[in-house]
Unconditional design. Structure first.
Ligand code: ADP
Length: 453
């Protein structure tokens, strides 16, 4: 019994740094607020870690948008091409045909020319399969990496994230790279109208159904958010009238060290062995690309200390990325039995007891709960800023959300919502899951642009 108590003590010590009190979360919130202001302010923008990038999207949809569009979605595990028909809202609404293409590692980590050639090949294949050749449709390019936009159809890639590292792209206008690849590949049917961040696409697609949707949130491979900011606060741009959507690039929150005090040794390990050490520190505590890795690091330490799996580490558990975030969803599922959890562990070469499986579940819950709470702290920073901007005692606002982690994890969304409610009692925040955010949203942004042009 004494040994058990000592073990429990060790477990608690290991997991304690993941348990963030409401006070700490409010503190994270206020640090995010501070970083947002640094990003918006002209003098400090260039050194900001949360970049607060103007998107040139000035309004959410009004429902009068019409037409046929092509949308591209590049920014995660797959590349997608979509054909989007935007009809009368009371008639067909938005109809979408799409196809996903996998992105092999040698493409996303090869040369830029190869990446964009591959993209155009995929588009050509899609056009061919859907009899779209010769139809010069306006195109919205959802490109979910930090870009310094100078126009709706122009954006310089600031840095790659989420495992991408194609050469000769950083510092380049990605719309130009796409157009050049189209020329090389003799595809004359592409008219690129808008470069779209996936957060903005998500906000717009939900905005089509809910005019109160003025925030976009992604929690998938990576995490990011955007919201409608007052033009007068966007010091980088001329003009004080109205609003513009700001792509926060909030994944980089903490890159200046401001989250070091809540960073655990496991987070540091995940960061050190990632393709971009020191970067995207907030994202690495929250998103799908990393949560499984954090859990794996904890499991290794628990095993090394003889607390798990009889102290025996399998070869597989020592392999990077062997524990995908999907496992957290499975293991934390309320309907999954211990036997099924055990079979996941067996597949990893681990012999587990009943106590082991319960402890693994506890580790997963701890890691995903912290992720959801940190994400909520970010959202609270945004809604509180909007409330202050508008001089309101109470703000009612909708967040459009996309991303597999948010959508498929059994508890993530619930913890985000519950935490926002506690931390921002003056805001009434509704979360709306977007359907095909980047596709439909990109088409709507393109449609709005075509309508205005
Ligand atoms: P992206 O963000 O790349 O556009 P997704 O929103 O589909 O695309 O997110 C993919 C990420 O979601 C992967 O990194 C993976 O870790 C995570 N993921 C996949 N399936 C699940 C699941 N069932 N539960 C939680 N996370 C998942």
């Amino acid at each position: 019994a004494q040994r058990l108590a000592a073990q429990r003590n060790q477990i608690d010590n290991i997991l304690a740094p993941f348990q963030l009190s409401p006070t700490t979360l409010m503190d994270v919130q206020s640090r995010m607020r501070k970083e947002m202001n640094i990003g918006l302010c002209k003098e400090t923008h260039s050194t900001a870690s949360v970049k607060m990038l103007p998107t040139y999207v000035r309004a959410t949809p009004d429902g009068t948008e019409r037409g046929d569009f092509i949308a591209l979605d590049l920014g995660g595990t797959n590349f997608r091409v979509l054909y989007v028909h935007v009809g009368r809202k009371d008639n067909v609404g938005v109809q979408i045909k799409s196809k996903s293409f996998s992105l092999p590692k040698d493409i996303i980590q090869g040369t830029g020319a190869k990446l964009f050639d591959h993209i155009v090949d995929c588009i050509s294949e899609f056009q061919h399969e859907n009899n779209l050749q010769g139809r010069r449709l306006p195109l919205g390019f959802t490109f979910s990496f930090p870009c310094k936009q100078t126009n709706l159809d122009q954006g310089i890639l600031i840095s790659w994230t989420k495992g991408f590292s194609a050469s000769e792209c950083v510092g380049q206008d990605v719309v130009r790279l796409l157009r050049e690849a189209a020329v090389r590949k003799k595809n004359n049917d592409l008219i690129v109208v808008a470069l779209v961040n996936d957060t903005v696409g998500t906000m717009m697609s939900c905005g089509y159904d809910d005019p109160a949707c003025e925030i976009g949130l992604i929690v998938g491979t990576g995490t990011n958010a955007c919201y409608m900011e007052e033009m007068k606060n966007l010091e980088l741009l001329d003009g004080d009238e109205g609003r513009m959507c700001v792509n926060m690039e909030w994944g980089a929150f903490g890159d200046n060290g401001c989250l070091d005090d809540i960073t655990t040794s496991f987070d540091l390990d995940v960061d050190t062995f990632s393709i971009n050490p020191g970067k995207q520190r907030y994202e690495k505590m929250i998103s799908g690309m990393y949560l499984g890795e954090i859990v794996r690091q904890i499991l290794i330490v628990l095993t090394e200390r003889g607390i798990l799996f009889g102290g025996k580490i399998s070869q597989r558990l020592q392999t990077r990325d062997i524990f995908p975030t999907k496992f957290l969803s499975l293991i934390e599922s309320d309907t999954l039995g211990l036997l099924q959890v055990r079979s996941i562990l067996t597949d990893l070469g681990l012999r587990s007891t009943c106590d082991d499986t319960m402890l693994v579940k506890e580790v997963c819950t701890t890691v995903s709960r912290r992720a959801a709470q940190l994400c909520a702290a970010g959202i609270v920073a945004v809604v509180e800023k909007m409330r202050e901007n508008r001089g309101l005692d109470n703000l009612k606002v909708t967040v459009g959300v996309d991303g597999t982690l948010y959508k498929l994890h059994p508890h993530f969304a619930g913890v985000v919502q519950e935490t926002v409610k506690i931390l921002a009692p003056q805001c009434n925040v509704t979360f709306l899951q977007s359907e095909d955010g980047s596709g439909k949203g990109a088409a709507l942004i393109t449609a709005v642009a075509c309508r205005i042009a």
